[in-house]
Structures are given as C-alpha cells and as structure tokens.
Design a protein around this ligand. Structure first.
Ligand code: CA
Length: 666
C-alpha cells in the first residue's frame, strides 16, 4: 500500500466518520446508488491500469492479479477504495498488458469468491479471469474502414438464423475453420459436388442479415477440451461483453476471439450482409456464484414473494431490467457490441422478461449510434415474470415499443401447428381453420379491414403497429425444424410432398408484409432427425448436411427465387400499415386451406401491377376467380422464374396445382 493510498483511505474514513471496513446497507434495491458515468471495470494504459467495480454493499473489495488466465495463484493483490455512487477503484502503476485479474468482494465478513466482474471485455479460457489487453490492438487490418452495408428500411430485411457449428462443422462444407467465427470469413468454399457453402452460400441465397445464435461467452462448452466435439446453443450466459472462446481458434489468448469475431463481421459486411447478435440478458447460466451475484448479491435478479430467486426464464433465475443498474448494464452492453464490434441488430431472448422502459431506452441509445440497427425479440417468457404484465416487453405490448419487433407465433403456428404439440399440423398440411391466422401473418400483423372482424375464424389479437415490428417465420432453432414437423404431421409423406410443402410454407413467409426470417438450412430441407430440443445434441443431429444442397436443389432454387422476388418488388414489403390496408386485398376463395390476395396497382412504385398470390394447401387443384385480364406467371408448380417468366394466363380465373403457390402479375 503506498502513501497516497493510505491518505485516500484515511480521508474516506474521516468523511464517513467510520472505518472503511463498515458495510453499507440499504432498505431496498431502489435505495442503491446509481452510477452515472460510463461503466468500466478496467481501463488500460501502458503507464497504469485503473480497476473499478460497482459494489455498493461491499465491505472490502480486492483485485487479484495473475500471470495466466487459469491455474496458479495471484502474484499480487490490490485493495480497492470506495469511490462515488457505489463504485470502488484502484490504480496500479506499470504496464499490465497480458496479465489477468479477478475481483473478490467481502460482504457480511464473507468473501464472495473470484469473479472477472460483470463488465469484462476480455477474458482467459472459460471466462473465469478477465484479461488486461489493449482493445485497439484487436482490430484486424481494414477494421477502421468497415461499414454497415446499406439498409434503407427495416422492411428490406431478410433474416437468416444460424448457429456457428451447424453451419460449417460438416467436413463436406469445404470450410477450413469449421465451427468457428473464421468460417464466415472464407470465400469460394464448395462441397465436393461444387455447391457453394459458407459465406458464398449466403450471398447466393440473398439474405440481408445473419442472426448468430449466442456468440458471447457462455458456460456450457468447456473451452479447455475443444479437441472433443461439444455442442450447445449457448443460452447460458457467463460474460456478456466477450465473444465465446470455443468459436475462436485459441480461447487461451484473450485477443484472439475478439479479433476473429471482428474479422467475421468485416467479412460479412464486405459480402453485403449485416450481423445480428442473439442476446440473453434475461437470465444467467448460474445464479449463486454468477458474476452478478458475487458482485452485488440479489440486486440484478428478481425474487418471488418468498424471497427466492424468481424463474420466468425456466433456467433458474430472471434478471431485473427495471432496476437502474441492470437497465444501464443492458444499454451499455448492447451499445458496446454495436460500437466495438459493428453489430447491426439484436435479437432479445425471452424479451417478455424485460420491461418496456428498458427496451425503449435501448432503442433510443442505439438510434444515437445508428437508427438502422434492428431490434426484435421473443415477446414472451417461460413463466410469469415478477412484474405487472403492462410493464413487460411482451408481444401484446409491442405497440408501446416503436422500433422493436417481436416474433409472430400466431403466423408460425397457423402454418405448421402449435408449439406444444408436434404431432398436430395446420394450414400447410391441409388442416382447415387456420386461414385467418395466415391472413394475419400475410399483412404483417397490422390492422386490416378484411381480417379484423372475420366471422368465420378467431383472428389473433393485433399487437404490431407497423409490419416492421412483426417477424414472419415458420421455424427457428427451437423445437422441430420445418421438414421434421412436416414428417410428424403428415406421416408417410414422400420427398416430393415434403419439398412441395416446404416451398409452400416459405412462400407464405416471403410474401408476408412482416420481416421474413428463415432458419439456416431450411432452404435445403435441413432436418434434425426429429429431435425437438437439440440445444445440446451432437453434430450428427445439428450439423447442416451440405449434400442436401445438391439433393434438394429445387428447394434451394425456389427459396432463392422468393428472396430475389421480394428484393426486386417493393409491393411485398410496403412497410406501412396504411399502405397495406389500401393495396393488399384478400380474394374470396371457395375452399378451406386456400388463401389468395392481390396487391392492387403497383404499390411503392413496383414494376409489377396487380400482383396476385395464391397459396393452395389442398391435395387437389383449386380455381380462384380474379379480375379479367392478362397475367404473367412468376411462380407456379413449385418453380419461380423472374427472368423469363413461366408463361401467361388470360381470363378471369387461375387454376392452382395442389400443394403449391401461384404468383402472377400484370
Ligand atoms: Ca465460454
């Protein structure tokens, strides 16, 4: 302890009129001090490093310095001193680059255990110790010139949801850094049959955004045992502000995962693709012993009436976004990823656990960085959160969160069947009664004169004010992927039938006015061998088999065609509820399991006029009456051709083949 240090300690003791070892206690969490400045725990300079920790209830706080990211004992211990608003601080002279550190906090005379803190920006293997690095040195060559690809409107977005390992672990992918961040930096990769894989596959498909499953540091994969295959989706957060080590080529070197993550973002940006992070602020992997709990016990989590940890996440705890420092944590964390890693969008896991005020505050903070950064989430929770419904970022409150979107389970379930019953199908396999839900999805969930008061079927409640707040999808990483669902709901279906229904379902998604979202591999009939919850299944279940791209080439070509059509024709993405009401008109059809609509005129200056889309899920052809005229056919019988077209139809009737979509225009 140096002389200056002793002086500060004495001055503090005098101010408070008590010993520095005395612990602060507060009546309730709302009495805890709120730190106002930028929340940082380690600021490195070659001359000295400043450590800070927000720990308002601590008696004492220590920093332990280590030579390595794991093993061995601390070579030095620093004693922190209380600073303003619950923050503790200590400065250590000398160049500490390359060292590691943890904090240890004493509360009620008990040391809480080592933690890298809650705001660590770099860590050693498995994220147990934070690392002292110079962040600037992690920037890859060309990083300063990296730019977000242009995005005029949220309605232009096409999301592709991907897990790193699923996407590239198969040796057939021809990718060198299989299952790693760097896999998404390799171009010109192909299967042995010559089909494009990796980033070239994404470019070929035409998606605008890649949504990466959790890529921050999570607990479940042991980063010291990467010689053995391990798999997890990663919804078990450990360090929120550091990339996951198992996706890097060297989890022991703290700068490597950071640099490689940035290389991945830069390569995707160069390919014209924006990057979305899946963020999981609603719970932590462990409760007792988590970084939050070891720093400020109780504060970051909600508790039930009995004082136990509440569990709306069904993962053991739920965080308390309504508390000022948890809200600040989420805002600063999201902004950090947007600024330091150039992230272009955030998907909030179990967003319904968070409060509306926090989500709106994040939107405002991101708007200051770049208003084209997209935000969406799951507008539900796994149990009832400890906050009144009207305060929660639940789907039904989406209209209170402009610029924030939610997944439409109504559209998904109307297409393929309910979440809770894998054996029950819906519209796509020919089960009647889901037409209203399909129409609700096609208009992007907004008010529409033809579906608000349908006498025939129960129409889902309106919750989106803009179609840009509505994520249209039929499958995602959760539960059965689409083809597995089709197999369980239509036992004995032939491959031809499965391909036809997959195409039909994707046609609904990509002609919806909501923001379309596709699960990686669905475009090549990817399956998961019928596994409902594959969060920790082996690669044999989860890996995308790239041979399917050859085998089911016609499905790939079709989805690629749908995406190209949507991009070329703004009538499919009007992005505005009034325009949709004005131009999108449903056509009366005589049968169940058929939905048809017309995009009157040429909305948004579209080159196509009076486009008509018919979705026929019946096992027989259907005739649909349309206004008399000459129509060019863009899609029919499971084929799309935007260049030459598929012929012309004259008259006032369209005949649509079984289990297929037809798209025509004037
Ligand atoms: Ca990890």
């Amino acid at each position: 302890m140096n002389v200056k240090h002793i002086f500060i300690m004495s001055a503090f003791a005098l101010t408070l009129g008590c010993s520095s070892a005395q612990q602060k206690s507060y009546g309730s969490f709302s009495d805890y001090p709120v730190y106002q400045d930028k929340w940082e725990e380690m600021v490195y300079n070659p001359a000295s490093t400043v450590f800070s920790l927000w720990a308002p209830t601590a008696q004492e706080v220590r920093v332990l310095l280590y030579e390595q990211g794991e093993g061995g004992s601390a070579y030095k211990m620093l004693t922190m001193t209380p600073d303003k608003d619950g923050m503790w601080k200590v400065e250590e002279k000398g160049d500490l680059k390359g060292k590691f550190y943890t904090f240890n906090i004493k509360i009620d005379d008990i040391w809480q255990g080592d933690t890298p803190g809650v705001m660590a920006k770099a860590v050693g293997v498995n994220g147990d110790r934070a690392a002292i690095i110079d962040l600037k040195s992690t920037d890859p060559v060309g990083w300063e010139a990296d730019k977000r690809p242009p995005l005029k409107s949220f309605s232009d977005i096409i999301i592709y949801e991907m897990h790193h390992r699923d996407f590239s672990i198969d040796t057939i992918s021809g990718i060198k850094h299989r299952g790693k961040f760097l896999a998404l930096t390799e171009d010109s990769t192909t299967t042995f049959l010559g089909e494009k894989t990796g980033i070239d596959h994404l470019k070929e498909l035409g998606v605008t955004h890649v949504h990466l499953l959790p890529s921050f540091d999570f607990s479940s994969v042991d980063e010291t045992k990467l010689d053995k295959p391990q798999y997890n989706w990663g919804y078990d957060p450990k360090n929120y502000n550091v990339p996951e080590g198992s996706y890097s080529t060297d989890p022991y070197k703290p700068d490597v995962r950071i640099r490689e993550f940035k290389q991945m973002v830069m390569a995707l940006h160069k390919a014209g693709i924006r990057v979305i992070m899946d963020v999981v602020y609603n719970h932590t992997a462990v409760t007792e012993g988590s970084n939050f709990e070891r720093t400020v016990p109780g504060y970051f989590y909600r508790h039930d009436k009995e004082g136990k940890f509440a569990n709306a996440s069904a993962c053991g705890n739920e965080t308390a976004s309504e508390r000022p420092m948890m809200r600040k944590f989420m805002i600063e964390s999201v902004c950090y990823w947007a600024k330091e890693y150039h992230i272009d969008g955030f998907r909030f896991d179990l967003m319904g656990i968070h409060d509306i005020e926090t989500m709106n505050a994040i939107r405002q903070a991101l708007d200051k960085i770049d208003p084209t950064i997209y935000m969406y989430g799951e507008g539900w929770a796994a149990g009832a959160p400890q906050l009144p419904e009207e305060k929660l970022a639940m789907k039904n409150n989406t209209y209170k969160m402009p610029g924030v979107a939610a997944f439409s389970d109504e559209f998904r379930d109307s297409l393929r069947g309910p979440f809770g019953n894998d054996a029950r199908g819906a519209f796509v396999i020919g089960r009647p009664g889901h037409e209203a839900g399909i129409k609700f999805g096609l208009v992007g969930g907004v008010m529409h004169p033809q579906i608000n008061n349908s006498p025939k079927h129960k129409v889902p409640k309106i919750w989106a004010e803009s179609p840009n707040q509505f994520i249209s999808y039929v499958s995602c990483h959760d539960d059965l992927c689409l083809v597995d669902r089709l197999k369980t709901t239509l036992p004995g279906a032939s491959v031809q039938e499965l391909m036809a229904l997959q195409k039909l379902a994707e046609t609904a998604v990509f002609t919806s006015q909501g923001v379309p979202f596709i699960y990686a591999g669905d475009e090549i009939l990817r399956d998961k061998k019928g596994v409902h919850n594959s969060y920790n299944s082996s690669d044999s279940i989860n890996a995308i088999d790239w041979r399917y791209k050859t085998q089911y080439k016609e499905v790939f070509d079709y989805v690629k065609g749908l995406i190209a059509m949507r991009k070329a024709h703004p009538a499919f993405r009007m992005g505005n509820a009034e325009l949709i009401s004005k131009h999108l008109e449903f056509i009366d059809v005589p049968a169940s399991n058929v939905v048809a609509f017309r995009l009157k005129g040429n909305p948004c200056g579209d080159s196509w006029v009076n486009t008509i889309v018919v979705l026929n899920a019946r096992t027989e052809p259907v005739k649909v009456d349309v206004p008399e005229g000459k129509y060019w056919i863009a899609c029919r019988d499971g084929k799309i051709d935007l260049v030459m077209g598929l012929g012309v139809v004259m008259g006032n009737q369209l005949t649509v083949s079984p289990r297929s979509a037809m798209i025509v225009h004037q």
